[in-house]
Design a protein around this ligand. Structure first.
Ligand SMILES: Cc1ncc(COP(=O)(O)O)c(C=O)c1O
Length: 383
């Protein structure tokens, strides 16, 4: 028998048994009254998790489909937009906007740091024709969380709409879509939302609808006006992934039953313990503590350790899968996710395996030193 796999990567993440069970229910017609009632319930529950009064559209695509829907419905060829690049996923918004013909002012921040609001403010003041600002809430590639509240307050004073990717934080972190004045919030299923890959979620504000209604970019599957018309009848324009909807309702029920504040607190605690543990092993975090993510921890790999070897050892010997770095961070960092269906025991187990793997890869980690730090956090003995 192969040992159990511990999926500690930032998506896809483990799916709770209740969600898997819900997805095994018999398929029903996607145009039936029963399915319409499910769509209506799911929309209401999604609004609670998104902390928005606006509708949240469910798209049958991975998260990038949600990002593309936002771009395709907002950007007209020649529009000026700002994209904020704090890592691989912020960079993606720039790529998408260029594909749709935007004149993109891509502001790149050092990967591992967060957005500098002053820079954005200056750009917006200098050019009142900017149509949209695209940002990432939780930059999975660097483990950085950006100040979307601050950004929302800033963008709100201008005509630009604010589009935010919360693909790896929604369902795990406190994201106040309306209060933070985010016009289009995008998320995805396979991370803190505890579902298999395959769904994207997109909320749209009245300010964004004004822009979308004027949009001329070619689009078909991701036309949000069509999606709005359908959702008005508790329907979707095309065949819905029925089983994923069953799972979505089960996952949303789990989140809402636990209580949003408890979910956020659990993620805060797991992140705090993971950070304390890796620092207890003498390792360095990529981002500074003040904007380290609650759903994924990015750790600099010690100089004398080959990241690929470390990850391979963790996977082959202990069946613990962690992620590596992407693009310019490849070979430099590894990332431990603690999002969605994640518990204290997952962190303790991962850190225990990491201590062994580090030693096997040439880094002298004191056995138990990381686990102990995590335990102290869980016991409430670390501020
Ligand atoms: C912040 C962020 N944005 C976008 C994506 C892309 O999502 P997907 O791979 O589901 O298309 C990811 C996936 O890792 C992500 O973490």
């Amino acid at each position: 028998m192969k040992d159990k796999l511990y999926l500690m990567i930032p998506g896809p993440t483990p799916v709770p048994p209740a969600v898997t069970a819900a997805m095994s229910r018999p398929i029903i017609g996607h145009r039936s009254a029963e399915f319409a009632a499910l769509i209506e319930r799911v929309n209401e529950k999604l609004k609670k998790v998104f902390q928005t009064k606006n509708d949240v559209f469910v798209l049958a695509s991975s998260g990038t489909g949600g990002m593309e829907a936002a771009v395709a419905n907002v950007v007209n060829p020649g529009d000026k937009v700002i994209t904020l690049n704090t890592g691989k996923f912020g960079e993606r918004f720039g790529e998408l906007a260029r594909k749709y013909g935007a004149e993109v002012d891509e502001i790149k921040f050092v990967w591992g740091s967060s957005i500098d609001l002053q820079v954005v403010e200056e750009k917006l003041k200098a050019d009142p024709t900017i149509k949209a600002v695209f940002a990432t809430h939780n930059e999975t590639s660097t483990g950085v969380v950006n100040d979307i509240k601050g950004l929302g307050n800033l963008v709100d004073q201008h005509r630009a709409v604010l589009v935010v990717d919360a693909i790896s934080s929604m369902g795990g972190m406190d994201i106040r879509t309306d209060e933070w004045k985010v016009d289009i919030m995008v998320s995805g299923s396979q991370k803190a939302m505890m579902l298999p890959p395959g769904l994207a979620f997109v909320s749209v504000s009245p300010k964004a609808w004004n822009v979308i209604e004027q949009n001329k970019s070619p689009k078909y599957y991701f036309d949000l006006l069509k999606a709005r018309k359908s959702l008005g009848k508790n329907n979707t324009p095309y065949t819905s992934p029925v089983s994923l909807y069953y799972g979505l309702e089960a996952a949303l029920d789990m989140i809402l039953d636990e209580g949003l504040e408890n979910v956020f607190e659990r993620h805060r605690l797991l992140a705090k313990a993971t950070r304390a543990a890796v620092m207890g092993l003498g390792l360095e975090l990529l981002p500074p503590l003040e904007y380290a993510s609650d759903t994924v921890t990015a750790v600099k790999c010690p100089e004398n350790v080959d990241v690929n070897n470390l990850r391979r050892t963790l996977l082959e010997k202990y069946r613990v899968m962690v992620a590596g770095g992407q693009a310019e961070l490849k070979g430099k960092i590894f990332r431990i996710a603690h999002m969605g269906y994640a518990s204290k025991a997952d962190v303790l187990l991962t850190i225990g395996a990491l201590e062994m793997a580090l030693n096997e890869c040439g880094y002298k980690a004191e056995l138990g030193a990381g686990v102990r730090e995590a335990q102290l956090v869980f016991l409430g003995e670390r501020d």
